[in-house]
Design a protein around this ligand. Structure first.
Ligand SMILES: [Zn+2]
Length: 238
């Protein structure tokens, strides 16, 4: 039984996935009139007095996905890695996730911001070599100018919740875009893709869903990885 057997997929009014919630939360959305059932199930939720069936998929009423979509993907370590193809942007190294880190082009100590435009994926060797200097000062050249990515938020949905071909309930499949995950699996090979999935499942509960970057968390994560030797999941945990 996958970990999503007792979960409810929430779609917006355009049938785009927005959240995975517990059956309890799905039940509340439904019975307060904020959502309508879309795909019924025979899964029951019991209260003291009676049982209720909770659908596999519900659809939010009057949700306006437009604003959220305009913001693009959330700024996060994982999304920077995804933008950069899990590849060091200086030497093109790609390898275990433990070997990758995030590098400030203009160091934070010199006023460099934690933004899509100032952060790139780097291997730990290049990150060390660069230190507090500008890339060109130490002979490092960027593979590409970093920009805010514009991939469709729906393609990031499976990554956010650790949904894979193995774990996604069959009835959710028509609404879930697994293409980004497939591309990633091709890039990484089995072991790292599995590590990423494990990370996603462990941290999905903690992720903010409003699409805004959480820079305070990001900075603390940046410190956390410099210690090295931590398990991938611990190093990524927010
Ligand atoms: Zn490198």
């Amino acid at each position: 039984m996958s970990s999503f057997e007792r979960k409810v997929l929430v779609l917006d009014s355009r049938y785009e996935p927005v959240k995975v919630v517990s059956m309890q939360v799905g039940f509340v959305l439904l019975y307060t009139g904020r959502a309508e059932p879309l795909v019924e199930s025979d899964r029951m939720m019991r209260t003291v007095s009676r049982s209720y069936s909770v659908p596999w998929i519900i659809r939010l009423q009057n949700s306006s996905p437009k604003g959220r979509r305009m913001q693009g993907p959330r700024f996060s370590r994982q999304n920077v890695y995804l933008r950069d193809g899990y590849r060091c942007q200086y030497c093109s190294w790609t390898g275990p996730l433990q070997g990758l880190t995030l590098d400030h082009l203009i160091p934070a100590a010199k006023g460099g911001k934690t933004t899509w435009e100032n952060i790139v994926t780097a291997c730990k060797a290049c990150n060390l070599r660069k230190g507090m200097r500008a890339p060109e000062e130490v002979g490092l050249r960027l593979a590409a100018i970093p920009v805010r990515p514009h991939f469709h938020p729906a393609s990031l949905f499976p990554l956010r919740y650790g949904l894979t071909r193995k774990t996604v309930p069959a009835v959710w499949m028509p609404y879930i875009d697994l293409s980004a995950l497939d591309r990633l699996a091709g890039l990484l090979g089995g072991g790292q893709a599995a590590a990423l999935e494990a990370h996603e499942e462990s941290s999905a509960q903690n992720l903010p869903n409003d699409g805004r970057p959480d820079l305070s968390k990001h900075r603390s994560k940046k410190r956390g990885i410099s210690h090295g030797g931590k398990p991938v999941v611990a190093a990524f945990r927010s």
